[in-house]
Every structure is written in C-alpha cells, then in structure tokens.
Design a protein around this ligand. Structure first.
Ligand code: NAD
Ligand code: IPM
Ligand code: MN
Length: 354
C-alpha cells in the first residue's frame, strides 16, 4: 500500500493551528484507501529566523525536493517580531520556495458551500478557479531604490513577464476551462500596462486557437473586482498575473464566506519538484494563539494535495465531509464560537464516517 511522504512547513501564527487539523483530515481520508502518510516537519518561519538567523538553507531546500508534496501553513511577522525586516520571511521562505521549486501555477478555486451564507446581495451559487501565475510578475524583486532617504528618492518594481512563463500558465488555464464549463477570462490591465498586457493578450489569443471548445474574454482587473462581487457566476476560469491573482483571490475568498475557507495549490506543472498546498490566508497575528482560526482552508488544501497526488477518492472524501459539516453548522446558526480543534475534529470524524 502506498505511503505518501509529505513535508510539513506549519510556519507562524495560526499556521501550526490549522495545519494540525489538516493532518487529521489527511490521515482519516486515507484509511479506506489502505494508503498511509508520513509527515516530516520542517521548523521554518519567523520564530525560526529569530532563533537561528536562517530563512531557508540550500540543504533544507534539497531535503524538501525529496518529498511527494509540501503542506504549508502560513508565515509572517507579527508585532512581537519588531526586529524582522518587513517581508523578509515572505520573500526568503515562501516566495523562494515557489520560485525555486518552479510553482508556476498558483491554483485558487472559489465556490459557494451548501448553506453557507455569502456577503453577496444575490445569494446564488458560483464556482470558479483563479489560475494565478506563480513565479513571475512584480514578485521577482526586480527593482531598486536610488537616492534613498532624500527628497529625490526613486523606487522601482519591475514586473517580469516571459513568453515561456505566460504561455505555460495560459495553457494550463485553457486545459482547466476545457475540463470545466469551457469559459476563460484573462484579467489584466492592458490599457495601462501595455507591454506585459500585450504579451498576455497575444498569448491568450494564440493559445485559444488550440482550444476551439473554450470561449474566452478579457476584463481589466478593476472591472473584475466589480463582477466578482455583483456577478461571480459569470466566471469559470480566470487566468491572471501573480499580483492581480493575489489580490483577486482574497476578494474571491471573502465572497465565498470568508478567507478561512480558501485553499490553494502552488503547482510545479512539469513535475520537476514537489508542489505545495497552502491556505490562501496568512499567519493572522490578530487571532493567533487563541485557537479560533478556521481550519477549513488548510483541510481543503490537503484535499487539493491528495487530488494532485492521484488520490481522487480520498480527496473527494474530504470535500464531501467539509460540504456536509459546513452545511450542518450553517443550519445550526453558523458554527460561531467553535474552536479550531472542534472544527478539525468534526471534519475528521465525518471523513472517517464516509
Ligand atoms: P491574513 O490572511 O493573515 O489575515 C487577514 C485577516 O483574515 C485577519 O483579520 C485574520 O484574522 C483573518 N484570517 C486569516 N485566516 C483566517 C482563518 N483561518 N480563520 C479566521 N480568520 C482568518 O493577512 P495579513 O493580516 O495581511 O497578513 C498577516 C501576515 O501573514 C503578514 O506577515 C503577511 O505577509 C503574511 N501572509 C502570509 C501568507 C502565507 O504564508 N501564505 C499569506 C498571506 C499573508
Ligand atoms: C499569498 C500571500 C503571499 C503572496 C505573500 C505572503 C508573499 O499573500 O499566498 O496570497 O503575495 O503570494
Ligand atoms: Mn495573498
């Protein structure tokens, strides 16, 4: 029977709290498969940097490459960590993992859950996926500052968009659209960002010719925020760059009922390194340590990991259990006041009963 070899980077803040529940769900989902899972913990993040000065060493990166997949919680500094340079852990750990392990496809599905209220006026069901580019755009850190701390200071952030990088994420998005409802929307800002916008638009136009069964349209990112709130049903697959995808997916999470529900996969499309599965949310310093974080996003990220590793039945066991449990809590008034552990245990019990 297969054994999944999973690296776990629980990280900071609520990361370890929600990852503990994702592990329970994974274990429970695999029992009927007669498959098992081993977890190897990697202690990384803000706390680790404070005690060792290390973010992510080459040796750790090499070790991570040997696993089937990585389950990632969240990292980030909080006010107790005043000595950590802003964004250091995010860039030197999380983004370094995505870049070095070539996580070109940042997959972020959003859907309504049975019974769970959304903040939208029209409480209709929707189901779309944002295919966010994961290794390029303004995230490459290709900028600089000159004349720092003078009245003439100039700061630049250059967005990198390669034909290869854009093409592979666009092809991936068209493939997904083909498997879904056959509708793809390119979101960009090609009225202002004309160079990158032109490359993205030309690439989508070219790739579309290979997918005659997929229809596509284009939307500026500002307008996309309107449609996500007023008519999210119009979206099937959204393909977009790294920064627009980051912003749109927090909004997308909010319209499903909360950021604590949003799962994601940072996928290595060529299979040259392990993919990573992580909630969309961060370390949530405002609620960390209170045991009240919603573990649903982490649990659903574990389901995405199982699907990626070819264990579709086990993945469905988790998503079915989450649907049923969220719906039960919604019917009972929303499940307010439940702790992270109570939620995680309820998911695991339901998974075990399926
Ligand atoms: P955040 O996602 O951590 O929190 C935003 C808001 O959502 C907060 O009010 C928080 O309490 C709430 N929230 C988040 N997850 C929740 C959950 N599971 N259940 C209930 N409520 C939840 O974003 P932020 O405050 O902008 O960032 C905090 C830190 O996390 C920063 O250092 C940031 O850089 C980092 N961050 C890390 C990741 C990651 O590791 N993948 C992602 C986003 C932000
Ligand atoms: C996310 C986060 C990260 C991102 C940060 C922490 C670097 O916001 O995963 O959405 O911007 O990609
Ligand atoms: Mn984000």
């Amino acid at each position: 029977s297969p054994t999944l070899d999973i690296a776990v980077i629980a990280g900071d803040g609520i990361g370890p709290e929600v990852i503990a529940e994702a592990r329970k769900a994974l274990k429970a989902a695999l029992v009927p498969e007669s498959a098992s899972v081993t977890f190897t913990d990697y202690t990384l993040g803000a706390e680790h940097w404070l005690s060792t000065g290390e973010t992510l060493t080459d040796a750790t990166l090499e070790a991570l490459r040997g696993h089937d997949a990585i389950l990632f919680g969240a990292v980030g500094a909080d006010p107790r960590h005043a000595t950590i340079p802003s964004g250091l852990i995010e860039r030197e750990l999380l983004l370094k993992l995505r870049f070095t392990l070539d996580h070109s496809i940042n997959l972020r599905p959003s859907r309504t859950y049975p019974g769970v209220a959304t903040p939208l006026a029209k409480n209709e069901d929707f189901d779309f996926v944002v295919v966010r580019e994961g290794t390029e755009g303004p995230y490459v850190g290709n900028g600089g500052t000159i004349r720092r701390d003078t009245p003439e200071e100039i700061a630049t952030e250059v967005s990198l968009n390669t034909a290869h990088g854009v093409r592979r994420v666009v092809v991936d998005a068209f493939r997904r659209a083909q498997e879904r409802r056959g509708q793809l929307t390119l979101v960009h800002k090609n009225n202002v960002l004309t160079h990158a916008g032109s490359l993205w638009t030309r690439t989508v136009t070219e790739v579309a010719a290979e997918f005659p069964d997929v229809s596509w349209d284009y939307m500026h990112v500002d307008a996309a925020t309107i449609h996500l709130v007023t008519n999210p049903q119009r979206f099937d697959v959204i393909v977009t760059d790294n920064l627009f995808g980051d912003i749109l997916t927090d909004l997308a999470a909010a319209i499903t009922g909360g950021i604590g529900l949003a799962a994601s996969g940072s996928i290595n499309a060529e299979g040259t390194a392990p993919s990573m599965f992580e909630p969309v949310h961060g370390s949530a310093p405002d609620i960390a340590g209170q045991g009240i974080a919603d573990p649903t996003a982490a649990v659903l990220s574990a389901a995405m990991m199982l699907e990626h590793l070819g264990l579709q039945t086990a993945a469905t066991r988790i998503t079915d259990a989450v649907n049923a449990q969220l719906s039960e809590w919604a019917a009972a008034g929303g499940g307010e006041g439940l702790t992270t552990t109570q939620r995680g245990d309820a998911f695991a019990d339901r998974i075990a009963s399926l």
